[in-house]
Design a protein around this ligand. Structure first.
Ligand SMILES: *Cc1c(COP(=O)(O)O)cnc(C)c1O
Length: 459
């Protein structure tokens, strides 16, 4: 670019051509970092915004403006955060954290070709499900298993494969909506099934199911109520009561366990959550549950049950559209393998480790962190350690709260303070409750990283 070009640009307030601006030496470093196409896009916006002003021809101002416009694109929009909300499996924050073993397996599957659908022994095509089905059968006692994208997909697929065009009986107390617009009646409709509601919101009896069975009935469905609990004068029909009725009529029972778990949480002093093994043992024909809730693995929907039904499900064309990719299959297989040794689960699986932490241990952590926390906040705020109650999240045990301890702040402008915590290099997400900003420490494991960035807080 010649001196004249610059002079001409500076004198008129007409923006120089995009090409000419892109050649300004002031823009070279930005082009080096962000690449030419993005800078050209920013220059067009600059020319548009600055039309009619003399600054539009100022290379330094232009470079600074473009750099700040492109700044958000320089880092990924899916950011690591500290989840100190008190909800362990927080759907909006990505639910379960994977075990190191699962992360390693996923990385290998991402980097190299792998035996996704390949049988090494025969040198021929293999089955994708073979990586996880034997583990799921061993861990649940089921005859057969398969996996899809998530539990919503598992329910949709099971209904579509086993009951399309026919009726499915569900208790009114189980017609739930969970987050993200998953409603049982809508899923039924999408699967092409006719929903037959029985009983009332609070009470459903075996005779209600019996009366609803007709020539068009294809299945009976049970759904874990997940994110709500009906209390007081209630009655639900257990799987154990339903199964004999369904058997007599030759109908399958499908159960959506929601979170589901492969181990008894009472082992770690937690409340009981139905296990997949219990559902299978009760005679449920097809059981579905999530991979990234209590199981502690990647997002997935698992289906376990009777061979003939699982085969019909796996052969349905919709299965192809909902199947798992190699990265998640690798992570899922590695996660399931950890369950072979339940005693070490608490050390190796972050979900169980986090849920099993004792309040005393969390309190000790709060005391350790308090000096750094209080000094980062400065004099304008009152800080303290509060006994709080968190939750498992993702629909598991909604009313059973996990006793924990939180770093608490009181003072004027808590919403602004919460926003300042969210602006830290690794955003910290807490909750405001009872006039306090609370950071529940149950889910804090990287204490060093948490403390290291506190001095950057601008309260
Ligand atoms: C969470 C949940 C689902 C959806 O599971 P995703 O894996 O998120 O698709 C379905 N049914 C119940 C009862 C649930 O709790």
């Amino acid at each position: 670019m010649s001196r004249d070009d610059r002079a001409e640009g500076a004198q008129s307030s007409r923006p120089p051509s995009i090409d000419r601006m892109a050649n300004w030496p002031e823009l070279a470093p930005l082009i080096g970092r962000a690449g030419r196409p993005l800078v050209v896009e920013a220059l067009r916006a600059w020319a548009e915004a600055g039309r009619g002003t003399p600054t539009v021809s100022d290379p330094a101002a232009c470079a600074a403006w473009c750099a700040s416009r492109l700044q958000p694109l320089a880092s990924s929009s899916l950011k690591r955060v500290f989840n100190l909300t008190g909800t362990v499996l927080h759907t909006n924050l990505g639910r379960a954290l994977l075990a190191e073993e699962a992360i390693e397996a996923a990385v290998i599957a991402m980097r190299s070709p792998a035996t996704l659908e390949y049988d090494l022994e025969g040198g021929a095509r293999g089955e994708r499900d073979d990586h996880i089905a034997p583990w799921l059968c061993r861990l649940t006692g089921a005859e057969a298993a398969t996996a899809v994208n998530n539990n919503a997909a598992a329910v949709l697929l099971a209904l579509s494969a086993l009951a399309a065009g026919r009726e499915v009986i569900v208790s009114r107390g189980e017609l739930i909506e969970i987050g993200g617009a998953f409603r049982i009646p809508d899923i039924m409709a999408r699967a092409g099934c006719r929903l037959v509601e029985v009983g009332t919101t609070n009470r459903t009896h075996p005779k209600d199911y019996a009366a609803a069975i007709g020539p068009d009935t294809a299945a009976i469905m049970k759904v874990h109520p997940s994110n709500y609990a009906v209390q007081g004068f209630t009655s639900a029909v257990s799987a154990a009561e339903l199964v004999p009725l369904a058997r007599e009529k030759g109908l399958p029972v499908i159960e959506d366990l929601g979170s589901g778990t492969l181990v008894d949480l009472e082992t770690w002093g937690l409340p009981h959550e139905p296990t997949a093994r219990e559902a299978v043992a009760a005679g449920i024909d097809v059981v579905t549950f999530s991979g990234d809730k209590l199981l502690g693995g990647p997002q997935a929907g698992l289906l376990v049950g009777k061979t003939a039904l699982i085969e019909r499900i796996a052969k349905n064309p919709m299965k192809r559209a909902l199947r798992l990719d190699k990265v998640r299959l690798a992570a899922l297989e590695a996660t399931l393998r950890l369950y072979a040794d339940p005693e070490r689960l608490v050390k190796r699986l972050p979900t169980i480790r986090t849920l099993a932490r004792s309040p005393a241990e969390i309190r000790a952590q709060a005391e350790r962190l308090m000096p750094a926390f209080a000094s980062a906040l400065g004099d304008g705020w009152q800080t303290g350690i509060e006994a709080v109650r968190g939750q498992i999240g993702s629909g598991a045990l909604p009313v059973d709260l996990l006793p924990s301890f939180a770093l608490a702040v009181t003072g004027k402008g808590l919403a602004k303070l919460a926003a300042a915590f969210r602006r830290l290099p690794i955003p910290v997400i807490g909750r405001i409750q009872d006039g306090m900003l609370l950071f529940d420490l149950r889910t804090l494991d990287d204490e060093t990283a948490f403390v290291a960035q506190l001095r950057e807080l601008e309260p």
